[in-house]
Design a protein. Structure first.
Length: 201
């Protein structure tokens, strides 16, 4: 049966993808449309979600991946799964590079995730109440940026931090960099750390 198409756009494929109700499956469908393998992504996301489900709220664990192994797509899919599971505030920590942060932010923004990923600067306005709705936030790993983000989210519970290239990987890194020597009152962060170096952290 012939498909209705406009140019190179296949309407039937679009209907198939948008009929999927959850974000994780939509992301897998997007990758399959691009002829990308998703087996490793599914395995890693499944394992990460099992660790988060079975662990404590302030736990930390590492996902290891070789450079250029599709880590960004895996982080997108993991974020989608977290959103599907009800996580309301997800923070992505990038190395202290504006170019790297913008590169990853654009990848997330063009993936179709909802809510759209934002820089932490976009939520600093006092009129924005982070207790309402869901957020996918990007920040560089430096003390100034993290301090502003911590001040904004305050005692918000159920935050998941996804730490890219976790050279300093520890469950308290997010707080220690911003407030050295000062232990926060709220320790409700789950930390998923990605590393391309075995034995790190």
């Amino acid at each position: 049966m012939a498909h209705n198409t406009v140019g190179d756009f296949n309407i039937e494929r679009f209907k198939t993808v948008t009929s999927i109700s959850n974000q994780y499956d939509r992301q897998l469908a997007r990758l399959k449309e691009q002829n990308k393998q998703v087996d490793c992504i599914e395995s890693a996301v499944s394992g990460a979600m099992a660790n988060l489900k079975n662990g404590k709220s302030n736990q930390s664990f590492v996902i290891y991946g070789e450079p250029q192994s599709g880590k960004t797509e895996m982080m997108i899919c993991l974020t989608a799964k977290l959103l599907d599971s009800g996580t309301k505030f997800i923070i992505h920590l990038m190395n202290d590079s504006v170019d790297l942060l913008n590169q990853n932010l654009i990848r997330f923004q063009t993936s179709g995730l909802a809510p759209t990923a934002k820089s932490y600067k976009d939520i600093l306005d006092p009129s924005i109440d982070v207790r309402k709705g869901k957020y996918v936030i990007f920040s560089k790993k430096n003390g100034g940026d993290l301090q502003k983000l911590i001040n904004k989210i305050g005692s918000l519970k159920g935050v998941t931090v996804i730490d890219d290239e976790a050279a300093y990987a520890s469950p308290i890194y997010f707080d220690d960099v911003a407030r050295p020597g000062r232990r926060p009152e709220v320790r409700a962060y789950s930390v998923v750390q990605f590393s391309s170096k075995r034995g790190s952290p």
